[in-house]
Design a binder for this molecule. Sequence first.
Ligand SMILES: CC1=C(CCC(=O)O)c2cc3nc(cc4[nH]c(cc5[nH]c(cc1n2)c(C)c5CCC(=O)O)c(CCC(=O)O)c4C)C(CCC(=O)O)=C3C
Ligand SMILES: [Fe+2]
Length: 361
Amino acid sequence: MGQKWEAEFDALLVLSFGGPEKPDDVRPFLENVTRGRGVPPERLDAVAEHYLHFGGVSPINALNRDIIARVEAGLSEAGIDLPVYFGNRNWHPMVEDAVARMGADGVRSALVFPTSAWGGYSGCRQYQEDIARARATVGDAAPHLLKLRQYYDHPLLIDAFADAVRESATQLPAATRDSARLVFTAHSVPVAADVNAGPPGEGGNLYSRQVAEAARLTAHAAGFGDFDVVWQSRSGPPQVPWLEPDICDHLEVLAAQGVRSVVNCPVGFVSDHLEVVWDLDTEAREKASELGIDFVRAATPGTDRRFAELVLELVGEHLEARPARRLGTEPLLGSTFDGKSCAVDCCKAVIRPAGRPAHTH
Ligand SMILES: CC1=C(CCC(=O)O)c2cc3nc(cc4[nH]c(cc5[nH]c(cc1n2)c(C)c5CCC(=O)O)c(CCC(=O)O)c4C)C(CCC(=O)O)=C3C
Ligand SMILES: [Fe+2]
């Protein structure tokens, strides 16, 4: 069985978002991210500050290299000879360069592991577009690329989050630990993008539905009955509605209800990206402290050994036709060939020029 797979796929590409690795990278990186997306310049200045606060270095590339090292170790332990490549949408190593190198190395056909677990435009379809663009750029030498599926409810991911929730709760002061409120966060997106998320005619909101389901599964596994799902890291002009409430506004509501401690689980992020270390560990923590709330943030799963095992399992679904292990019931999509979308208009982009109101006549 392994032979059949090794004949069909001769490499694995880890496809991610990318981030700056020195101060001079920050502006060009942000321009790549926001080209044509209507993010106001004030927001870009603020986000540039966040990166510069950390010396102009995003944690994301190093975290992805760690994941790749563990995946390579797992593959070699399993006796699978499959070289792993690394490419990003927005910063070096760029996916176009990775795909060019794969072609030059004689790779004909490869699997692609995306570092986003989710459906939706930003979390899924845009990665399909990256694959299609990279193949088009490289031309005839480009390998065929099969993107692996969404994995937001994989038991290895949920277990890693649940252990992290339990572990971070133990860091709360004994006096407020037992009454702690569990608050999940994921990256906000425009409401219109969430409405478009999923195949047309299947109810929409695929991203927020998957986030809600992952939160429920994690809370249950961690032994919490009550929990909230809120959002973080909004951008875009103020008149465009995004998923709400924001974590910081929600902390005010919780404080007014008498909540004295919060366990925050960034269920929407696989690693400690800048959004985690800035928007949560800096801004939300400061807000909580102003409100007199004890605040702890659960670890992300990227550094957990189970995350590399998850990558190997997804690869094994193609190697050995293993059934997809999952805990949830929401639609599970996102695996397509050569950057096609899952369906016509699946997770369609919402492009609106900066500053223009949603409805004009
Ligand atoms: C759903 C989602 C994920 C999760 C899925 C996935 O992982 O892909 C994600 C991940 C990430 N987003 C990241 C960074 C940024 N996202 C931005 C802007 C935006 N994100 C959006 C959504 C998402 N983003 C959206 C709808 C926008 C508006 C503009 C647009 O429609 O594209 C901007 C522009 C400035 C700002 O407004 O913040 C930056 C710098 C980084 C790297 C962080 C690091 O360096 O560690 C990562 C992993
Ligand atoms: Fe983002």
